[in-house]
Ligand binder design. Structure first.
Ligand SMILES: [Zn+2]
Length: 163
């Protein structure tokens, strides 16, 4: 019986998704990932990849755990999303990431042809825009500053604790 209930419920859910699932909604999910990183003593950056209003990948920074400087949240998220879709290119996807991507991740995002990138806090020291805003794919839409305060606060707290 439960199965039928879900089936009946599903079409209504799909109709409501556009209005319910805002950029803030998905950035909150990316922040949850950043929190996981924080708890594991990693630089707290989190990301999710969304396709058709569904989260298809969740990731956070793993550079300490994997002993790998390339294990940024965005890199994990791209790999995970492509695995999920069985596709190299992510034109129909949106990446939500708590902090402005670094040049390495901007390069990877370029190759992925990510449809849209939404980031929270700017990174005036290590963000890709310190080099060039042209690093991202010309077809990629960029939105910045979504929940910037919360996304920046967790980084500030982390680095204060490290000192
Ligand atoms: Zn990066």
């Amino acid at each position: 019986m439960l199965k039928y209930k879900y089936r009946n419920f599903a079409p209504n859910m799909a109709e409501n998704k556009l209005s319910v699932y805002s950029d803030e909604h998905f950035m909150k999910e990316a922040l949850k990932e950043a929190q996981k990183a924080f708890e594991r003593d990693e630089v707290p950056v989190g990301a999710v990849v969304v396709c058709n209003n569904q989260i298809i990948a969740r990731a956070h920074n793993l550079t300490e755990q994997l002993i790998d400087v390339t294990a940024h949240a965005e890199m994990q998220a791209i790999t995970s999303a492509s695995n999920h879709l069985g596709a190299k290119f992510l034109e129909d996807c949106t990446l939500y990431v708590t902090v402005e991507p670094c040049p390495m991740c901007a390069g990877a995002l370029f190759w992925s042809r990510m449809g849209k990138i939404v980031f929270g806090a700017s990174d005036p020291k290590k963000g890709y825009s310190t080099i060039s805003t042209k690093m991202l794919h010309p077809g990629t839409e960029i939105i910045s500053g979504i929940m910037a305060k919360e996304c920046g606060q967790i980084m500030t707290t982390y680095f204060k604790r490290k000192r």
